[in-house]
Design a protein around this ligand. Sequence first.
Ligand code: B1N
Length: 825
Amino acid sequence: DEWTVGDAQTWKTAIEAEQVDKDDVQGVANTVVRHVTTTLARQAGNLDELGAYQATALSVRDQLLKRWNETTSYHTKNAPKRVYYLSIEWLMGRTLDNAVLNLDMRNTYESATQKLGFNFEDLLNEERDAALGNGGLGRLAACYIDSMATLNLPGWGYGLRQLISSTGEQLEAPDPWLDRENPWEIPRLDVSYPIRFYGRVEAIPNSSRAIWSGGNECLAVAYDVPIPGFATKNTANLRLWAARPIQGFDLNSFNAGNYEASVASSSDAENITRVLYPNDNMYAGKELRLKQQYLWCSASLQDILRRYQKLNLPWDQLPDYVVIQMNDTHPTISIVELMRILIDEEEVPYDVAWGITTKVFAYTNHTVLPEALEKWPLPLFENLLPRHLQIIYTINMNFLNEVAKRFPGDMDRIRRMSIIEEGTPKFVRMAHLAIVGSFKVNGVAALHSQLLQSTIFRDLKGRDGFTNVTNGVTPRRWLLQCNPRLAQLITDTLGSEHWLVNLKQISQLLPMADNAEFRHAFREIKIENKARLADVLHSELGLSVDVDSIFTCQIKRLHEYKRQTLNLFGIIHRYLRIKKATPQERKKIAKHTAIFAGKAAPGYYIAKLVIRLIVNVAKIVNHDPDVGDLLRVVFIPDYSVSVAEVLIPAADVSVQISTAGTEASGTSNMKLGLNGALLLGTVDGANVEIAEDVGEDNAFLLGHLAADVEAVRYSNSYNPTSLEERSPELAAVFKAIEAGTFGDGHVYEPLLKTIYDHDYYLVSNDFGSYLAAENLVDELWADQEEWTKKSIRTAFAMGSFTSDRSVQDYADSIWSIEPDPVPEN
Ligand code: B1N
């Protein structure tokens, strides 16, 4: 190709000299040591594990960046249609282990660091999680970008570079994960865009254009995180934006001696991206959040359009080169931002701009919970983004005119469908805007996508625009990396590791459920994983657990709809049963270790009470001599991706007990299933499809069905019966709590009251069914061969729940994009 700078041969020789063969242990050691002595300016003699981790990470980063560069220049040359995945959360976890596995250099790095005097596992533990997310939504984005790279799909992710991630529930301490240097991000100080807030709008007569000026301006600066595909050269990019002041500081104030003022505007700007909002399935309605959303969306759009403009094509071909997937409504303002740029800055006529825009955007909905739906108070919105509100009014007027034509005189329908909610104040309904501005809308599991169309978005779109893409998880992180021995068993038995990029292949192993030798090997691995978890619990929490007990795992954000309560009250029920059991009866009681992990939003009072009760029940149960080894309760603090990687391979039972119709999909159900945990769950979210694939004989389903929830809920509120009548077992549990068995009974009053009164989430109505399902679990556990059969049938029936399948579904049915693999030299 044409070489534009300097001597081509000198460049190429230099680039080749930097190449390290993937099996070259000495070559890898050389690169690590070079970073020790130069980048870190340390000496071999006094290098600690943190330093060794940093040098190793920098060496791996070099490998990633070479591939990143090749991918970028290849795609720049080919100019394929690309997908841009906009997510306000990216729950990436650690990178080092994942990167060396994807590069197929894990053994080489392990040997090289060994030779330099370090244990690779210990170095891995030096890394801090990148926790730019709260729960399933943020982790889904991380799995999807892994799959995009692995499938060689041209695509980038866009997000925000928050400095402080979600708060922990016990300490209330923010997690400043960036207080150490982060080797996985590349600052691109040359890639920055101006972002305006507030200001005024001047109409341009006889046009749909306007001039938006004044207000405050800051810059969005890019930080790039390379995302390696598995066993491919393709490396995707995650571009995160950080807010910076337009000028470093105010020189006039400085010269006038006002030093505070001279730096104030600088820290004001930087505050915009400082924190990650700690909510999950909950809308906060804060101006700072809207600022974050706009900064992220405007910068991403400017970046995408700048790339497109290099192609020198007319605007109406934009949808042939660009598709933007919105991860929930958080990036919905980008629809309006594209309209604004096209109309005001590029002078594209309104209707043409709308035609282009509605071919570029697609929207994924992740929740039907009303308290999670974003709707901005109109005055707040108008003040911050006055020009965008004008454009929204026009979009809404055109949309409602169409509705009025189809349903003449149906004012009630118009009121329901409008992007603006009437009232004082009015609100901007972001989900409505997202649907009207998108060519496709999808839910994240079959049941959820059905419910979207039959309930909350019933009025909004003909069936064509709606579709389903069931979530998935990456088998690289959630099996190969977290459960290497099971991965090895699968590879050995199948005779190849191709299943890692074609997960359907593991279904070939289903008959192994009937092979006693295989069952033995499979069970040994589970026990080893349980022992590894037991070691961590012992060293970190001083807790002893029995690896022969049933490990039940409910690992997810704390939320009333997820019903950690059902699990907890079941534990108390079990405790009361143990307390009054005769020695004969005790022998029949299965040993349980109930494991919870998850955070509560700092302002979510009831969720925090649930944690408090779990922790206090654990204190009593774990120290009661009457209990012996029959029951342990564990609440793991500071839940994170890294903690999940230890928990998930050790689980026997996957607890997924949300009220039917409330959990859009769930993804821990997929990770746990893939690692052989049996599903104990309601008929909700992706549990439905999981149960279908593993077979209902191999799962424990419970609770009311989604179709019946509304009627039961209605009856709980309007024809109330006593708790005793709804569930005598639960009434007994409440009595024990109120009697102070687990500390001050009255503290839990507000929590218990939600169930005494309306029991919106049907805890009392499903309690009996939950206990019955647990009894079946215990019965099955007594027959370890049968249990292992079902565990094997579960794991190897999970082939559909890979994010590769999900992303391929998006590529085929929504994005219309093709793989564009970088040639292997
Ligand atoms: O998204 C996951 C699903 O598997 C879960 O079922 C679903 O609950 C989760 C506002 C959310 N839905 N909505 C959110 C997160 C943050 C926020 O500020 C809403 N998270 C989900 C992946 O599809």
